[in-house]
Design a binder for this molecule. Structure first.
Ligand SMILES: [Zn+2]
Ligand SMILES: [Zn+2]
Length: 229
């Protein structure tokens, strides 16, 4: 197998005396050197509100502002730092449309979600029609492996409005809520614990819009997990 990022051959290690038969062992998609260029976030030194990498567990300034602004419970956990390496990866995966790059993080992200979650339902953030047409895939569900999600949110955006990724920070924070509950399943989610899944937590505005929509539909708690922050 060639590494998805550097395209060099990956040498699989088969430890002597291993009880795992070779055909049962998962083949690596990314070499150790490439994986080592991404930086995991440690729970002990990240913001308890949004998962941001920092020196302590204290609420970061962004989260303090959110706390002053909204009156519902919402926290995010993130697995990796959204640093230059991760930004390049996201660019290649999402905007260059290299769908096979989902395999770099699909397993580790899905295991992270499965280990954290006591939720009733997992909900991957949807993308709008225009993004479907240009990208051809939902980057969040691409990152999920062996996890069952439900589709209860729709995303509708005006044709003339910019995408979140094209907006400046202050524009993102002002965006209006484009999420709607799928009309076929309002009863299913009443009083349930929902875990939202997304690729990147940037300002937190999009995830909170989704959370507000779900709380308005009667969900008991809404939290989120993102691949990076
Ligand atoms: Zn590599
Ligand atoms: Zn925070």
């Amino acid at each position: 197998m060639q590494c998805l990022l550097c395209h060099r051959q990956i040498r699989e290690a088969w430890p002597l005396g291993s009880l795992i038969l070779p055909q049962r062992k998962r083949i690596s998609t990314t070499c150790a050197e490439c994986l080592g260029t991404f930086h995991k976030i440690r729970l002990k030194t990240s913001c308890v509100g949004c998962g941001r990498h920092q020196g302590s567990k204290n609420l970061c300034q962004d989260c303090q502002k959110w706390q002053a602004k909204v009156n519902y419970h919402f926290v995010n956990h993130a697995l990796y730092q959204y640093d230059a390496t991760m930004k390049q990866y996201m660019h290649d995966y999402k905007f260059q449309g290299h769908y096979q790059l989902r395999h770099v993080f699909a397993r580790v992200f899905s295991q992270f979600i499965a280990a954290q979650s006591k939720a009733d339902y997992l909900v991957a953030l949807p993308i709008d029609d225009q993004t479907w047409q240009t990208r051809g895939f939902n980057q969040v569900t691409g990152l999920l492996e062996d996890l069952q999600t439900i589709e209860i949110l729709n995303m509708k955006r005006n044709a003339d409005e910019k995408r979140q990724s094209q907006k400046k920070r202050h524009e993102r924070l002002k965006t209006s809520n484009h999420f709607q509950i799928d009309v076929e399943c309002p009863e299913q989610i009443k009083d349930k614990q929902i875990l939202l899944l997304d690729d990147v937590y940037t300002t937190g505005r999009t995830l909170r819009h989704a959370a507000e929509t779900l709380y308005a539909a009667g969900c008991r708690t809404v939290e989120s997990i993102t691949l990076c922050r």
